[in-house]
Ligand binder design. Structure first.
Ligand code: CO
Length: 147
């Protein structure tokens, strides 16, 4: 595995809509491994492909209950609401209050192309929304209460 550079705010790559990932090959597996290593080293709870300069729809998340890899994730269902401070590895040191659903249900594919369902509450729901937003070029500051 190898650590990747995390793209910071101001780079256009963070504002692009990412394309569907169609191949589930060794190259994807290597990139997902690298993204997990990069996320853990940076002590983040999520990292999306555009944050390592790749305009494809996948991300990694770990809010403390194990690594989740999501390829082509789509939010199917949301419930409730939560407000809390949110940050991003692409905006180091910046935290702002963002309203998110309390619960989300997501369908996606795993690294081998199998269909998976992931549910999350609280921080996990927040991380799922945040990372999936990245795949559409949306950053948490766009949704911040302080705008
Ligand atoms: Co982020």
């Amino acid at each position: 595995m190898a650590k990747r550079n995390i793209v910071k705010l101001g780079d256009d790559v963070l504002r692009k809509v990412c394309r569907t990932q169609l191949t589930f090959d060794e190259r994807l597996h290597q990139t997902l491994d690298d993204m997990a290593e990069t996320m853990y080293e940076a002590e983040g709870v999520g990292l999306a492909a555009p944050q390592v300069g790749i305009l494809r729809r996948y991300c990694v998340i770990d809010v403390g209950d194990g690594l989740i890899e999501l390829v082509n994730p789509v939010i199917d269902e949301t419930k409730g609401e939560q407000e809390g401070d949110e940050g991003c590895l692409s905006l180091p040191g910046r935290y702002e209050c963002v309203k998110r659903p309390m619960y989300v249900k997501v369908h996606a594919q795993d690294r081998n192309g199998n269909n998976i369902i992931v549910e999350g509450e609280g921080l996990k729901a927040r991380a799922l929304c945040h990372e999936i937003d990245h795949l559409d070029g949306v950053l948490f500051i766009d949704k911040s209460e302080k705008i």
